[in-house]
Design a protein around this ligand. Structure first.
Ligand code: MG
Length: 392
């Protein structure tokens, strides 16, 4: 169902707002059993710890948010534990019981008192946007200004122990219908893997993610990536190295896409000013939520910088937020948003997020809020810690 036939209309157009009075903020950490272990340079997870935020207004209406932080500071500095501390001690008290005119006020308020803690801020900010959509009984995608009815899904494949396993995973992803395959690479796990894939799949939309594993000493290898007709190479160098990426991009055919490096509008401006990359991986969970992310997207569109929506191993709540955001027309490439079943044995939302045979995810335009309902019984069962801030 498209925008034009949507049941839910904002009372005074899609920018309508009403005062938000949040009387309860509930923080939960859950342990989500993963379908397959998740490996990173810091360790392996069989359960993903996830912090959820529930923002409740004076009428008992709830909006949900999710934090993208992992247990280790190996993507960006925040972790599940630093987020918990920031939520309880600094962020929660600045939002609960405070008068807010619009969802945008959340981040204005937080940023004027707290530096950093972007992932913690985003979890609360996005919960409040969801709450605002529920209060107005409109889809989250609508109050964000989105318009797409469906979004294209891409898949991420981790470093595999053999070419056989890698080719199996790629073949499976193509059968499933994914519109792009993004391969994690690192020094020694790059050119041969890509050659094996390209030999078999000439037309596949293929990209790679270096997750900061390279240095300029790997320049020769990185230049050879030009052979493989990649959509981009994501974040090959260190998370804070704009100058290094600019040196690299000036010598590479392959467009550099920055992920870890771009967490704010100022970072996107730095990237453009220095020529550190040509594409941005947008993740509201690392960019302090929807308000700041929308500003970055507008900036990218204004300057012809392609942008796409990344993923962070989210549950159905974070996935819903990414889907809603990905409906904005300023996204120009397929995202990393996958269906629930790829990661979870059982998702915490109903219905599950699914993808059709063409790799498209339907946007729930006929539902209010994020378009899926939280399975609160399951969430309670998975909860390992909980804190609540209540203000009358
Ligand atoms: Mg990345």
């Amino acid at each position: 169902m498209g925008v034009s036939s949507c049941h839910f209309k904002a009372r005074t157009g899609h920018t309508a707002r009403m005062p938000l009075h949040i009387t309860r903020l509930i923080f939960r950490q859950i342990a989500m059993p993963l379908r397959e272990p998740f490996k990173s340079s810091a360790g392996e997870l069989t359960e993903r710890p996830v912090i959820l935020v529930e923002a409740v207004d004076a009428h008992g209406i709830s909006g949900w948010g999710e934090c993208v932080a992992l247990p280790w500071p190996d993507y960006l500095p925040e972790t599940v534990d630093t987020v918990w501390l920031a939520l309880e001690h600094y962020i929660g008290p600045l939002i609960a019981g405070r008068p807010l005119k619009r969802s945008e006020d959340v981040i204005e308020n937080l940023d004027s008192h707290i530096r950093g803690h972007n992932m913690a801020k985003a979890a609360v900010e996005m919960a409040v946007w969801e709450l605002a959509a529920r209060i107005e009984a409109v889809p989250l995608a609508q109050i964000l200004g989105g318009e797409r009815k469906q979004i294209a899904a891409g898949v991420v494949i981790g470093i595999q122990s053999s070419h056989g396993k890698l080719l199996d995973k790629v073949a499976r992803a193509m059968e499933d219908g994914y519109q792009r395959v993004k391969l994690k690479i690192g020094p020694g796990n790059d050119l041969e893997h890509l050659r094996a894939i390209r030999d078999k799949h000439k037309k596949l939309n293929l990209a790679v993610d270096g997750n900061c594993a390279y240095s300029l000493q790997n320049l020769d290898t990185l230049k050879q990536l030009g052979e493989f007709d990649l959509d981009f190479i994501e974040q090959p160098l260190a998370w804070d190295d704009f100058v290094g990426h600019a040196t690299l991009q000036s010598q590479l055919e392959t467009p550099v896409c920055l992920d870890e490096s771009v967490q704010s509008l100022a970072h996107a401006e730095t990237m453009r000013a220095l020529g550190s990359g040509r594409i941005v991986n947008i993740k509201p969970g690392k960019m302090r939520g929807f308000t700041r992310t929308k500003a970055i997207l507008d900036y990218c569109a204004q300057h012809g910088i392609p942008a796409w929506c990344g993923g962070m191993l989210e549950t159905g709540i974070g996935r819903a937020h990414n889907v809603a955001l990905a409906t904005l027309k300023n996204f120009t490439m397929a995202g990393d948003v996958s269906p629930s079943a790829r990661y979870w044995r059982q998702d915490i939302v109903t219905p599950d997020w699914t993808m059709d045979a063409n790799g498209m995810i339907d946007v729930p335009w006929s539902q209010p809020g994020m378009g899926v309902e939280v399975n609160t019984e399951l969430v309670e069962r998975l909860t390992v810690r909980k804190a609540e801030l209540t203000v009358n």
